[in-house]
Ligand binder design. Structure first.
Ligand SMILES: Cc1ncc(COP(=O)(O)O)c(C=O)c1O
Length: 347
């Protein structure tokens, strides 16, 4: 462990940090060589020396995770369901021919790093420390074959609220994010690189994100680029099922389904078709829609664009489901209500 001589924390204004651009003092690294994890260390945050032939740069054999640390009212730092991120990271690793990370290595690295940089966890209702574990092929190898050397790292960014207003999403009828047998269910880096150009196009049209549809008929909802999607039609909460392995099994998604069901809402995990959604919107039966994810927690959707039409949803303060859910998730993480599911991991 090599701590910094002097922290960079002085002069950071937590209320105005841009998402993902400011990094805490330290980072974790572990190398995988000769079939073993080794050289586990924490060192000052800084650039990596990299061979120009490093496999991940050429073939995208890499994955990542996203999680957050919060401070409760008493200033205690905690994580939300960290073992779920560990499980999902190993699922992604298997899909991308990367070595799995033992639970002990993942948890020890995570807790030691976040404890060391706990002064970087913003206080207050909406601030948190975004934690980014990632794993990639580090072999210097220009040749298409699974790599043999890998690097596992964790870096952290203090962040403020992700979206300040309802999200405007556009349903693309010609770009595809994921298809059966592909990598949509894994947090593989290529999934994200491939959507940058479609995303730039919809931003140009005035939308924030793409609400992806299936790649066969462009008829069933999948998810939003960084969030799972929920809609409320005729008082039933609907969210696409993860069975086809084309969408990410969001940890926020699963937590929200549990909370909603406990509250007495009817939640169905099933196909949602474009005509079903648009007819409900036209007939005033689509009363709520929101995305769920670690970065944004529960983000209300304000508008849905499709072809040349834009459907405007009811004002955010008239949405009982997403208002209740967003408050419940915030209160839970901030320790305002009891953690009956044991989802919080005290650091
Ligand atoms: C494609 C995608 N879908 C959904 C999510 C939400 O997942 P989680 O709730 O685990 O953050 C994310 C964010 O990690 C994502 O990248």
């Amino acid at each position: 462990m090599r701590p910094v001589q002097e922290s960079r924390l002085q002069g950071i204004d937590f209320d105005s940090v841009p998402f993902g651009r400011v990094f805490s003092d330290h980072m974790f690294l572990a190398e995988y060589k000769n079939g073993q994890w080794q050289q586990c260390r924490i060192q000052p945050f800084g650039p990596l020396p990299m061979h120009p032939g490093t496999a991940v740069l050429h073939y995208g054999q890499g994955i990542f995770e996203g999680m957050k640390a919060f401070k409760d009212e008493q200033g205690n730092a905690q994580l939300f369901r960290p073992l779920k991120n560990w499980e999902r990271m190993n699922m992604s690793a298997r899909r991308m021919a990367l070595p799995e990370i033992p639970e002990e290595l993942f948890m020890e690295a995570l807790t030691t790093l976040v404890r060391m940089d706990s002064a970087w966890i913003p206080p207050g209702e909406d601030g948190s420390l975004y934690i980014r574990p990632f794993l990639f092929a580090s072999d210097a190898l220009v040749g298409i074959k699974p790599a043999e050397e890998f690097l596992f790292m964790i870096i952290c960014c203090p962040v403020a609220k992700y979206y300040n207003k309802p999200v405007r999403v556009y349903m693309s009828d010609h770009y595809v994010r994921a298809f059966r047998g592909g990598t949509g269910h894994a947090k593989a880096i290529g999934n994200y690189g491939a959507v940058m150009q479609p995303l730039a196009e919809v931003r140009e049209m005035g939308f924030d994100q793409i609400l992806w549809l299936d790649g066969y008929e462009f008829n069933r909802l999948q998810e939003i680029g960084t969030m799972n999607v929920f809609v409320v039609i005729d008082d039933v909460v609907l969210t696409p099922s993860t069975e086809e392995k084309t969408i990410l099994e969001g940890i926020t998604r699963e937590s929200c389904i549990i909370l909603l069901r406990e509250k007495g809402y009817q939640v169905e995990e099933r196909d949602i078709t474009v005509p079903e959604l648009l007819n409900a919107a036209r007939e005033g039966r689509l009363t709520d829609a929101f995305g769920t994810g670690t970065a944004a927690t529960v983000a209300p959707i304000g508008e849905i664009g499709y072809k040349d039409e834009v459907f405007t949803l009811p004002p955010v303060d008239e949405r009982p489901v997403s208002i209740w859910l967003a408050n419940e998730m915030r209160n839970l993480r901030k320790g305002h209500i009891p953690d009956t599911h044991n989802w919080l991991f005290r650091l």
